[in-house]
Design a binder for this molecule. Sequence first.
Ligand code: SF4
Ligand code: SF4
Length: 374
Amino acid sequence: MNSKVSIQRAGGYDALRSHIEKLIDDLGGWRAHVRPGDSVLLKVNLLLARDPERGATTHPAVVKAVAESLLDYGASVAIGDSPGTADKGVERVFRNTGMIDVAESLGIPWVRFETAGTRTIPIDDKLTLQITRAIDGFDRIVSLPKLKTHSFMLYTGAVKNLFGLVPGFQKAGFHKLLPRPSEFSRMLIAIYERVPVALHIMDAIVGMEGNGPSSGELRDVGLLLASTDGVAMDTVAAHIIGIKPNRVITTKLAQKAGLGQGDLSKIEIPGGELSDFILEKPFKLPPMIPDRLVPTWLVRYLGRLIWIRPVPIEDKCVRCGICAKHCPVDAITMRGERLPEFDYKACITCLCCHELCPEDAIELDRSWIAKRIG
Ligand code: SF4
Ligand code: SF4
């Protein structure tokens, strides 16, 4: 199966409308993906209640440009996601990330995924998961992922963005149930397979490298990508930032399952050459967790020598307790004003604490061997 990924250069977040329209025109225009009169859900990436200039969430300027274009085309539009952490309320996340401003300025709704009820989809013969029913009220989903590295998954883009369809409070449980990136990826693929997305449009204008998806460093990439094939889009985006696409487990599994194209030679870039967009300096990668460094069977023997540990940073930590609340195995204890205490014997290295800490106050320490082979 050949797939198309359109790519547009964009120097910043101003005046994006023409870039978005060119991006969509290269894929046949909106009419190839959405009917006039359709209701369209823009599934954004709202990880936590953070200013969008800090690069952890889909930038509101991208959301606004896509929404305006769809409204002019004749669709109705809403914005939705279920943040990984919304300890002070979901509305605060939508407000701090700029989504409520976009919704109010265009007179469109924003949608809570947490209160709409859920429906069950299978992961495999034994496991199921619940995704929000909020998506059932829409004719089409347009997914707007953000280009970032990811400490647990290595990379996050189109396929991973759909994990936001699992209501926020249920997300951590899947890390306990499926602690290895390979297992977790199977679950992401199950969502990708069962939730039809009309179009994926990636905010890769400013990406995040290093300790993504929330504590990494900003990186100017200056690109917007779009495709009907999220696997192909992840393949292209990973290649652009210097990650071999077959290192992204979701891409590997999805291609194997026939859910998308992970072979660069079979992906068309309309009106351009992929080589023109590849960054001269690849993204810094997050520290690799043991399963990625050595085969799983070897981890059993070397596990004590190869480890990554989340460690709180004294002068950044505000003792909010969010890390403890979201740890799926209760490996973090808060004691008054003291730094959170981590039980590394119980820790399953899901790195949720690192991902969800609002203060970037958790760094990742690695064993001597992990530093050398990671
Ligand atoms: S490490 Fe982060 S999440 Fe945990 S208590 Fe400190 S500031 Fe809060
Ligand atoms: S301590 Fe952090 S990395 Fe370890 S299991 Fe808990 S949330 Fe995951």
